[in-house]
Design a protein around this ligand. Structure first.
Ligand SMILES: NC(=O)c1ccc[n+]([C@@H]2O[C@H](COP(=O)([O-])OP(=O)(O)OC[C@H]3O[C@@H](n4cnc5c(N)ncnc54)[C@H](O)[C@@H]3O)[C@@H](O)[C@H]2O)c1
Length: 340
């Protein structure tokens, strides 16, 4: 089999680390990794080529496109929810214009190679916007088409770019004489908050869960920025990587949507603390809700309905809450901080 070449943007981020780690272990592909920041050495070693640059730099992307034939683009680069709220115009540029640039590269690649290019995109539960806590409680598991009125710049960016992906797949330049010229196969997942044992996140509004865990493992006190009853869905990083790879590999004819919910477990912040305290009994977790960040969490669903992903591409998480904590997160964070 010929070696596949894949482009990963935002490669130095949390998902990038996990994805590159996984893909490099399975071989058979050249990974071209790009990020605004220089890639960590441990990640660099696993890539065919690393590029430090901005996804807003169209000429850099075009140059990359002339140098490689990409089979799949994993477009991970983004400004996450909290950072995006602090720098909304920058967020719009990176999250929307940046994604448009990558979709254009996918079209160019498709024309050059004469075949469809897969475009794998992590969207977010931030696309949802529930107007009140009552609505959130009554809504239960939310389906992909419901409650799409996000209140954050990040959520708006994600919702719009999902639509861009759908447009590039089905309607791109639909008035052209030969509209099938550039073919992009866009596939998105709406991730819940992700928890990794290997990296500590920055810039997200679901960060209270990983922050609580990593603080406990380091014996540091943690003041949680949401209320004890705050409840949103979460997923362990290995399941997030699994979702991206399963969706990438799914036969096109079995897909009925451009973007899918994926779920795993959904503890309240108090339940999270109890779980973490079982492993780290001396963990000093207090609750000091930040009203503004809490309001964002309150607008996100308590749970998602991922039956479409289960039906169309056999999605199911390997790790529920028990396994995520007991078999992955707790042992790995203990090991991580023991070494230091
Ligand atoms: N982590 C989560 O909980 C979560 C949940 C839902 C969706 N997502 C999505 O998954 C993707 C990856 O998230 P992550 O958790 O790895 O985030 P992250 O913040 O850890 O990584 C994002 C990476 O993008 C890079 N980047 C930012 N602007 C860039 C630019 N202009 N050009 C090139 N690189 C740039 C950053 O340097 C960073 O390394 C994002 O699209 C995010 O919205 C993440």
């Amino acid at each position: 089999m010929p070696t596949r070449t894949i482009l990963i943007t935002g490669a130095n981020g949390e998902i990038g680390h996990g994805l590159i780690d996984h893909l490099s272990q399975h071989g058979g592909m050249h990974i071209i990794a790009m990020d605004l920041t220089q890639l960590d050495n441990a990640v660099k070693m696993k890539c065919h080529r690393t590029v430090t640059g901005d996804i807003l730099d169209s000429s850099l992307l075009e140059t990359l496109s002339t140098e490689h034939d990409f089979d799949t683009i994993y477009h991970l680069a983004a400004l996450l929810s909290t950072r995006a709220e602090r720098q909304p115009t920058l967020a719009h540029r990176v999250n929307v214009d940046g994604t448009l640039n990558l979709l254009e590269i996918a079209v160019t690649q498709s024309r050059l190679q004469g075949r469809e290019i897969k475009f794998i995109y992590p969207s977010s539960i931030a696309v949802y916007g529930l107007p009140s806590l009552d609505a959130k409680t009554n809504a239960g598991k939310i389906k992909e088409g419901e409650w799409l009125e996000p209140r954050t710049m990040y959520g708006i960016n994600k919702l719009y770019t999902e639509q861009l992906g759908r447009y590039y797949t089905h309607f791109y330049r639909q008035l052209d004489a030969d509209p099938a010229k550039g073919r992009v196969d866009f596939r998105g997942v709406r991730f819940p908050g992700l928890i990794s044992a290997a990296t500590v996140p920055t810039g997200g509004t679901s960060d209270f869960a990983p922050e609580m865990l990593h603080a406990a493992a380091q014996g540091k006190p943690y003041a949680c920025f949401v209320r004890e009853d705050a409840r949103i869905p979460f997923m362990a990083m290995p399941d997030a990587i699994k979702a991206l790879l399963l969706l990438q590999a799914a036969p096109k004819q079995s897909l009925t949507r451009a973007v899918y919910n994926v779920g795993s477990f959904n503890p309240s912040a108090a339940e999270l603390r109890s779980f973490i305290k079982q492993a780290f009994p001396s963990a000093a977790v207090t609750f000091a809700p930040d009203v503004k960040r809490q309001a964002i969490v309150d607008s996100w669903p308590a749970d998602v309905d991922d039956s479409a992903a289960r039906r169309d591409w056999n999605w199911s998480p390997d790790f529920g809450m028990d396994r995520s904590f007991n078999e992955y997160l707790i042992p790995a964070v203990k090991d991580r901080y023991k070494k230091r």
